[in-house]
Design a protein around this ligand. Structure first.
Ligand SMILES: Cc1ncc(C[n+]2csc(CCOP(=O)(O)OP(=O)(O)O)c2C)c(N)n1
Length: 639
């Protein structure tokens, strides 16, 4: 019955229980056939219902952190009927998106932004005199581990703005949450002293509603008493000037709604510590929370995941090649350390964490810290491999420049999910790395074509004194079922020829070059003579190779799974201009706009570098020249 939040508000408290049940089932039904994030949304069903029930959204702002848990929010705010298009090409985004709905107060996908954004909104409300507006940030305990979240808390604590932070504590990130804060949150819920204080506060708070207009004065009284003396000293959030409430059971919808209603009347920064279970209401998702973070399709009655069984000959995922190779290298080189900011499973560093627990670190959702931590390790002689998804590395740009490259430190940055990632969409595409990395001095920027190249680049990078070394590879599978190749050093800055030809030269960087390899036969069948180079390095770029290409060809195509602006193709153009060559150069890659979600193939096509588009580009470039010749001949005749 719920088509809008107005419908929701017509329900009485008992019906909220039923609604939560139905919403949970709706999410299970939908995600089982149209895959996406799962456990996180199930965990916040009651919280989602309660927030929209109690607050006056969209006038009141709910700011979701990461946004992978916002399916219930989408379904309750007018997108139920479109929800079957979630994450599909041209369909709903898998994350809150300001262009999609007025209820999505802030676009998101990367973690830990909610407190800062909510504070901005709360201050804006104050500036505009909209003093009745509530702003609520909903942030998970995993996302709370990032520096950005702490920066937001720190600032909010002195702004005295009307902001409520709901800390959704399930002790999980994608993998189990890590760090001292996680332990503190566990402590808070089990400590006897703490709970005694908490109970006193709650007992008093329970009376608040009876005080009506005198609520503020009453709160003051609490603060002057037990709360300020004991809580302030023992509670981390209180120490930052937040009023801390909780922990509450985030699945008890009636209590949760009552508490949120109470909190609505309390001015200033507040934090509600809400305990939930990730995957709540779906047995397997509650048990194996990491797998069910985003499980793919599944049978909703048996709870079995519907995996397409890999054929024996299937090539591995690039991330797994990384995971096994780092272990192999680390067995021989005892300086090697593995680092991931909260993505052990996603990056496959979990393979090393299992085999060498003392040499592999999950540092929390903290990309900046991961980079500087790696730089510190390198400064004192270790050989860190810091694995970060390309789009999350955007966070740590200064740490790459200032803490690593400037000091010529030997750190290997393995950037997973480089290029278009597919269904996660605009927030997650690794579009910019080649462009932003190649401007940094003292840095090597490489991208392997296949598994063997990835292994050899990893091997090369850990040899002595190779400096700051970026290895960037895409989401998904490679092309070599037999991938356990013998290590070979690769000469830094050296590309290689894959196919000889005479009509046109194609220069590709990274695994997207396989699209060109797959076209060889078609080129041959159509008597198109293509020369193909796998450049391997964007920096240093292979200038010998480029001299050869521009001396021999007047038609060149560059292909990269990355932004055209400033990327690999730009590097080739710079070389051409700096060396006074002239050629017709067509750059294929991600155009200068944000690309939304869809399958990788759909998006390659949209951007014009899927196999077919590459072929067409070659044909057109050759045709253009043929036409030109024809035109000139016609001119001659007419002349
Ligand atoms: C900057 C950044 N790094 C990493 C991720 C990948 N990521 C998505 S969800 C998630 C875990 C979030 O944990 P938490 O906030 O506790 O939410 P939960 O899934 O437990 O509900 C991570 C690490 C991200 N979205 N953004």
């Amino acid at each position: 019955m719920i088509n809008s939040t107005a419908d929701l508000k017509k329900l009485d408290a008992d019906q909220l229980v039923q609604l939560s049940k139905e919403l949970r089932q709706f999410i299970i039904d939908e995600v089982s056939t149209n895959p996406g994030h799962f456990g996180a949304s199930l965990g916040v069903v009651e919280l989602t219902v309660a927030l929209h029930y109690v607050f006056n959204t969209p006038y009141d702002r709910i700011v979701w952190d990461v946004g992978h848990q916002a399916y219930g929010h989408k379904i309750l705010t007018g997108r139920r009927d479109k929800f079957n298009t979630n994450r599909k090409y041209k369909g709903l985004s898998g994350f809150p998106n300001r262009f999609e709905s007025e209820y999505d107060s802030f676009g998101v996908g990367h973690s830990s932004t909610s407190i800062s954004a909510a504070l901005g909104m709360a201050v804006a409300a104050k500036q505009k005199g909209e003093t009745d507006r509530n702003v609520i940030a909903v942030i998970g305990d995993g996302s709370m581990t990032a520096g950005l979240a702490f920066e937001g808390l720190n600032n909010a604590g002195i702004e005295n703005s009307n902001i409520l932070v709901v800390l959704n504590d399930n002790h999980m990130a994608i993998d189990p949450n890590v760090g001292a804060l996680n332990e503190y949150l566990l402590d808070i819920t089990t400590s006897k002293t703490y709970n005694k204080v908490k109970d006193d506060v709650w007992n008093t708070l329970g009376k608040i509603r009876r005080f009506g207009p005198n609520t503020q004065a009453f709160i003051q009284k609490i603060e002057n008493g037990i709360k300020s003396i004991i809580l302030r000293q023992s509670n981390f959030f209180e120490a930052l000037n937040f009023r801390y409430f909780g922990p509450v059971d985030g699945h008890d919808i009636k209590h949760l709604s009552a508490v949120l209603s109470d909190l609505k009347n309390i001015q200033g920064p507040k934090l509600l510590h809400c305990q939930t279970r990730k995957g709540k209401g779906f047995r397997n998702a509650e048990i194996d929370q990491t797998t069910w973070h985003a499980p793919g399709k599944f049978d909703k009655t048996t709870g079995e995941r519907l995996k397409t069984e890999p054929t024996e000959k299937q090539a591995p995922k690039f991330q797994d090649v990384f995971g096994h190779t780092i272990v192999e290298l680390a067995e021989k080189n005892d300086k090697i350390i593995g680092i991931t900011p909260a993505m052990p499973t996603g990056s496959s560093l979990n393979i090393m964490m299992e085999k060498m627990p003392n040499r592999a670190f999950d540092v929390g959702i903290a990309e900046q810290h991961a980079v500087t931590f790696s730089a510190g390790l390198a400064a004192d002689g270790m050989m860190p491999f810091c694995n970060i998804y390309s789009s999350f590395m955007q966070r740590a740009y200064d740490q790459v420049i200032h803490d690593t490259a400037l000091q010529k430190l030997n750190v290997v940055f393995c950037l997973d999910r480089g290029g278009l990632v597919g269904e996660d969409g605009a927030t997650h595409h690794g579009a910019f790395d080649l462009a932003y990395m190649r401007t940094v001095p003292n840095i090597t920027v490489s991208a392997p074509l296949n598994e063997e190249e990835l292994r050899n680049l990893m091997y090369t990078a850990q040899l002595p004194d190779k400096g700051t070394f970026v290895i960037r590879y895409p989401r998904g599978n490679g092309v070599m079922p037999e991938w356990k190749t013998k290590f070979q050093e690769i000469e830094i800055g050296k590309g290689r020829i894959l196919k000889q030809g005479k009509d046109i030269a194609i220069l590709s960087i990274g695994a997207i070059g396989n699209q060109v390899c797959n076209l060889y036969e078609k080129f041959d069948q159509n008597s198109i003579s293509v020369e193909h180079y796998d450049m391997r390095f964007v920096k240093p770029i292979d200038t010998n190779l480029l001299h050869k290409v521009f001396s021999e060809f007047d038609k060149v195509i560059t292909i990269e799974d990355g932004s055209i602006a400033g990327g690999f193709g730009s590097a080739v153009l710079e070389f051409m201009s700096d060396n006074n060559y002239s050629a017709q150069v067509k750059r294929l890659g991600i155009p200068d706009r944000f690309i939304e979600h869809g399958t990788q193939q759909e998006l390659y096509k949209e951007c014009g570098y899927d196999q077919e588009s590459i072929y067409q580009t070659v044909v057109e470039m050759l045709d253009i020249t043929t036409n030109r010749i024809k035109n000139t001949e016609e001119h001659k005749v007419i002349g």
